[in-house]
Design a binder for this molecule. Structure first.
Ligand SMILES: NC(=O)c1ccc[n+]([C@@H]2O[C@H](COP(=O)([O-])OP(=O)(O)OC[C@H]3O[C@@H](n4cnc5c(N)ncnc54)[C@H](OP(=O)(O)O)[C@@H]3O)[C@@H](O)[C@H]2O)c1
Length: 350
């Protein structure tokens, strides 16, 4: 395993991070525990959860993912400091697909909601602290979750970033949170958090958890420079574009039980232009003697602005292949061919 530094901290995290959002929906508690055991035994030291998980978000299952991690922690009391535990507060429902069942519609990042959310997560996780506490998406309308056109919406109310940061700083002071991060953020949002930290002498954000894959390199447009010059690295999510880049949906195939077959909700990588681009990357992987999954993950691993590549798996076979991607190195020729395809059709699934 390779390890990279989390922001400007002295914490190292594994280049492969364990995503958890299928636990409690496509995966049982026993399977979740098996994944944690295998991942930790193979050098993974970052586990990423959210109060909202599993997905698709439903009131009946909400919190199961954190509960499963919590029961693992309870059964392995000495092991809590073996990994960096990340979780997230759910953001306000500003887009139709955002859930409305968690603290209702007024789920903004004020002191009351943040405190309630963090205490709920700590309880489910059966731990006194989370290493990285993230805001799942911004408390304002912007280009999140596949919006490629800036919406220009004047929100009736948003909590000022300085106010949110002050609450997060209190969590750090109280020892409930070690570090803070953002998710689904834009360059403007990241700049605001860094400016507020400097102005008020409060903790800096250490990470940006955004989508990043062969078919979505939007992070490179403005955010990669924050990673380079400010040390706020990327926790890359959906590195396989929900599984599309494995190639298993090629030619219209719909394998039983797989995310795209099972759930109507997951449309982000299903647009015709994304499917066409995916086929080109899957063919390129084959040319280089690699599976689509290895190729897609090795590409993400190769990026210097990535702190950790958050993989997801619904079976042990997938988990093993995905963790093993850390040993797959793409040749300069393969990387140049990828960039050429990207030039041809940049970000078909933003
Ligand atoms: N902050 C956010 O808003 C956000 C959003 C999304 C994800 N995340 C984080 O990122 C993690 C990963 O996201 P993701 O699940 O979307 O990642 P992904 O890598 O794009 O998709 C993972 C899915 O692809 C399929 N798959 C994985 N490995 C495979 C393989 N080797 N061969 C064939 N199919 C394979 C599995 O689904 P099937 O078996 O069902 O096909 C698996 O659940 C999440 O668990 C979560 O922690 C965060």
């Amino acid at each position: 395993m390779e390890y990279r530094t989390l922001g400007d901290t002295d914490v190292k995290v594994s280049l492969i991070g364990l995503g958890t959002m299928t636990w409690g929906e496509q995966n049982t508690e026993r399977e979740a525990h098996e994944q944690i055991d295998y991942a930790l035994d193979h050098g993974v030291t970052l586990i990423d959860a959210a109060e909202m998980y599993p997905v698709p978000p439903r009131p009946e299952t909400q919190g199961s993912t954190e509960r499963y991690i919590g029961t693992w922690i309870a059964q392995h009391r000495g092991a809590r400091d073996r990994f960096v535990l990340a979780t997230k507060i759910t953001g306000p429902a500003r887009q139709p697909h955002n859930p409305r069942h968690i603290r209702g519609d007024a789920n903004q990042f004020d002191r009351k909601n943040l405190t309630e959310a963090l205490d709920g997560s700590l309880k489910r996780l059966q731990t006194d602290y989370v290493d990285l506490y993230q805001l799942h998406w911004p408390d304002r309308s912007t280009t999140t979750f596949g919006r490629s056109v800036y919406p220009w919406i004047d929100d009736a109310y948003t909590v000022p970033i300085e106010e949110t940061l002050a609450v997060l700083a209190d969590f750090v002071k109280a020892g409930k949170v070690r570090h803070i991060g953002v998710s689904n953020e834009t360059p403007w949002g990241v700049a605001q958090f860094l400016r507020a930290a400097e102005k008020l002498g409060l903790p800096r954000i250490v990470s940006i958890q955004n989508p990043y894959s062969l078919v979505n390199r939007t992070f490179e447009g403005g955010l990669s420079e924050f990673s380079h010059r400010e040390g706020v690295g990327l926790l890359a999510y959906s590195p396989m574009a929900f599984g599309w880049l494995s190639g298993k949906y090629e030619g219209g195939a719909r394998p039983e039980g797989a995310r795209i077959t099972k759930f109507e909700r997951f449309q982000r990588y299903s647009k015709p232009q994304a499917i066409a681009a995916t086929s080109r990357y899957v063919a390129l992987a084959k040319e280089h003697g690699l599976t689509g999954a290895q190729f897609a993950l090795a590409f993400v691993n190769s990026r210097p602005f990535v702190t950790s590549n958050l993989i997801g798996a619904t079976s042990m076979a997938q988990l093993k292949e995905n963790i093993a991607s850390v040993d797959v190195k793409l040749s300069p020729e393969a990387l140049a061919q990828i960039d050429a395809l990207h030039e041809l059709q940049p970000n078909p699934a933003p």
